[in-house]
Design a protein around this ligand. Structure first.
Ligand SMILES: Cc1cc2nc3c(=O)[nH]c(=O)nc-3n(C[C@H](O)[C@H](O)[C@H](O)COP(=O)(O)OP(=O)(O)OC[C@H]3O[C@@H](n4cnc5c(N)ncnc54)[C@H](O)[C@@H]3O)c2cc1C
Length: 382
């Protein structure tokens, strides 16, 4: 017989774990279904750390959500008693008319965010670890840094379970249906019933949202760690989270300070933020292949020559890209009993804390006060 819940969450990853935590914290009977183990090392939060920024180059409309996200992470830290958010500051560098610099300064100005602008000479003086073209300028903000993403998801999972959520690994949801009385979700021979369904299936979301006509392009992304000759030059007291608009309009390089306690991995972590090769999430090559370190080596040799050296470890992760690079967070057009959040396009993790709240609102009230209108499905459907 089908077992009944208030809400079923399909995909207990970044967004799903937070959603389960918020829902269970509100006293709802929650079932979280996850195809892999919980947490799943193949989910898109893997690789230890994720950057969090406030002067958001992607669009100023994200800033109110980001303010909520920062608060959400602080609440989680207090609840679990663990440090998850490290504010190291972040430095954005590039040509002043490029998307990174113009977008960051637009967000900072529109939302009155504290920041400082830096000439090329100031950049070279303050952060001599970088070697930059003379045309580059910089924007620095204090209230940015990184999240310990794997620990954060684990904290949401632990907290949700403490609130009574039933989170199950090894449960591949293959199908769902909706009726006037509720939703049914199929997992192999079993069927689960609830009042509401939340789909937070990351790179696999397209498989559960067929017919919606919102193609997600799934791409293989590689993160690498190198060991600089002088690691103390790259610790957070002198080397912040950084982003460089230096790939001729094809994405930005970004990276993190060295974490002496190893919580962010061994060495200096960096990558290129730009969709990689399109893949199927079920058959993607998760191991290393020849050429995987090319972008990382390019970034090092061009912009951080002091840190040049072999890539000592790598991690493959997936982006779920929308056509415009903005997220999809909405109710399903066929039924307000189904909510979804997907297409985080390589910049979504930092929002997981607030997205859990948004999705819990949609599931329980059918609406949210958070400004998510610009992330709606209608931009693709009409
Ligand atoms: C290399 C890389 C670097 C990134 N850097 C940053 C960064 O610095 N800052 C930032 O903010 N963001 C960053 N991101 C983006 C961010 O990590 C993702 O946007 C975010 O993790 C996506 O969350 P999600 O919940 O949509 O997907 P996931 O966290 O992948 O969760 C989806 C879960 O659903 C499960 N699932 C899927 N289908 C089913 C099914 N049918 N049944 C049951 N379970 C299912 C999956 O197994 C998975 O656990 C990066 C991403 C990558 C790959």
């Amino acid at each position: 017989m089908a077992r009944a819940f208030d809400v079923i969450v399909v995909g207990v990853g970044s967004m799903g774990a937070s959603t389960c935590w918020h829902l269970a914290g509100r006293g709802l009977k929650v079932l979280g279904l996850e195809q892999g183990p919980i947490p799943n090392p193949e989910a898109s939060f893997a690789g230890l750390t994720r950057a969090i920024r406030l002067s958001y180059a992607e669009h100023p409309d994200y800033v109110p959500l980001l303010r909520g996200a920062y608060k959400g992470w602080e609440v989680l830290e207090q609840e679990c008693g663990e440090e998850l958010l490290r504010l190291t500051g972040a430095l954005y560098m590039g040509p002043p008319d490029g998307e990174l610099m113009s977008g960051s300064s637009r967000s900072a100005k529109e939302h009155g965010l504290p920041h400082t602008l830096h000439t090329h000479a100031e950049l070279q003086k303050n952060w001599p670890q970088f070697r930059l073209p003379e045309s580059f300028q910089g924007l620095y903000e204090d209230r940015a840094g990184y999240l310990l993403s794997e620990r954060a998801v684990q904290a949401y999972v632990n907290g949700a379970r403490q609130y009574g959520a039933d989170l199950r690994g090894g449960q591949l949801a293959t199908d769902w249906t909706v009726s006037d009385t509720g939703v049914r979700v199929r997992v192999g021979p079993d069927e689960y019933v609830a009042q509401h369904l939340v789909i937070t299936a990351g790179a696999w979301a397209g498989k559960l949202l067929e017919g919606l006509n919102v193609p997600l392009r799934i791409t293989r992304q590689v993160i690498g760690w190198v060991t600089p000759a002088q690691p103390d030059q790259f610790t957070a007291d002198r080397f912040p989270v950084w982003v460089i608009d230096g790939n001729n309009g094809e994405g930005v390089y970004y990276g993190f300070p060295v974490t002496p306690d190893g919580s962010g991995g061994e060495g200096l972590k960096l990558a290129l933020h730009w969709p990689g090769r399109e893949v199927d999430p079920d058959t993607v090559e998760r191991g290393m292949v020849l050429g995987d370190d090319r972008d990382i080596q390019d970034a090092l040799s061009r912009f951080i020559p002091q840190a040049t050296g072999p890539v000592v470890s790598q991690k493959v992760c997936l982006y779920a890209n929308t056509a415009d690079g903005h997220f999809i967070v909405d109710q399903h057009p066929e039924s307000s009993r189904v909510s979804l959040a997907c297409g985080f396009s390589g910049h979504g993790f930092k929002f997981a804390s607030v997205m859990g709240e948004v999705l819990a609102d949609l599931a329980t009230k059918g609406k949210t006060d958070w400004p998510i209108g610009f992330l709606g499905l209608s931009r693709f459907l009409y």
